[in-house]
Design a protein around this ligand. Structure first.
Ligand code: ZN
Length: 273
């Protein structure tokens, strides 16, 4: 069931999500005891991005052990051991955000899928200790870190992760923001991705290299995490570029992404007009 936060709270919260995130703790307190007037069923295809205007969108690479192996790095590999002590971090620019049910125009024939658990920051903060990390978090959503591999990694000496993962629509998230009590243990969630009904990724967050509190401590040691910010926490194995031969998305393909306790998104890939 759904309801309009701004009208049900008599204007105390919303209507923008930014306003709700800014007052996250008070909003949670209100939501737990609010008496709702006529909540109604919401058509899921009308759902939009649960954090439409984040100040910062972080993404973590190589955060599932199985995915590290898939892209050709092992624990004994020099490149892996030089990378693994800190989480490889990059930016997805906010203009690439999209809702959970939409169309994405393919910019090239090298576009790949990456289902990811996305952390939505609530209170946020600077220099947050791992032990206090969950207090900074609003909840979790499903994300796709859609990636143009040509733009991302073809310049091998100078990979362009930020640009390769920030074409229009390359960061769909949704369908909802699920709170901790709804998802249970965020480090024990199954996440799956299908392309045209074929299961291509089937991972579990217990395979994380860096757990979420570590990521929050690590990032907030540098930057201030702000209400509504997003952290894409990495993708499990099964991406197209890890296949032999590599496989990429074509016009007409439909990608479905799902995480236990949160829900599913469906993105349709269409040709450039
Ligand atoms: Zn990713």
């Amino acid at each position: 069931m759904g309801f309009d936060v701004a009208s049900q709270s008599a204007g105390a919260f919303g209507p923008s999500m930014t306003d709700v995130f800014d007052k996250w703790t008070a909003f949670r307190d209100w939501a737990e005891s609010a008496v709702l007037v006529n909540p109604r069923r919401v058509e899921r295809t009308l759902l939009q991005s649960p954090s439409p205007e984040p100040s910062q969108v972080f993404a973590i690479g190589l955060n599932y052990r199985e995915h590290v192996r898939e892209v050709g790095l092992s624990d004994n590999d020099d490149r892996a051991s030089s990378r693994v002590p800190v989480p490889p971090t990059f930016t997805k620019f906010a203009s690439s955000l999209a809702g959970p049910f939409g169309e994405l125009v393919l910019p090239s024939d090298k576009v790949d899928w990456e289902v990811e658990l996305v952390v939505v920051i609530g209170k946020g903060g600077h220099r947050i200790a791992a032990a206090d990390a969950w207090d900074a978090v609003a909840g979790f959503t499903v994300g796709q870190d859609v990636s143009d591999r040509d733009v991302q990694i073809r310049p091998q000496d100078n990979p362009q992760h930020g640009l390769g993962k920030s074409f229009k629509g390359f960061s769909p998230i949704g369908p909802v923001l699920a709170t901790m009590d709804e998802v249970g243990d965020p480090h024990d969630l199954g996440l799956r991705c299908w392309v045209n009904g074929e299961l291509v990724q089937d991972g579990r967050t217990d395979d994380f290299v860096f757990p979420i509190p570590f990521l929050i401590e690590y990032l907030s040691n540098v930057v201030t995490l702000l209400p509504g910010d997003l952290i894409f926490t990495g993708t499990p194995s099964g991406v197209g570029i890890g296949r032999k031969p590599p496989r990429f998305l074509s016009p007409g393909d439909e990608v479905r992404s799902e995480i236990d306790g949160i829900g599913e998104m469906v993105t349709k890939f269409v040709p450039r007009p």
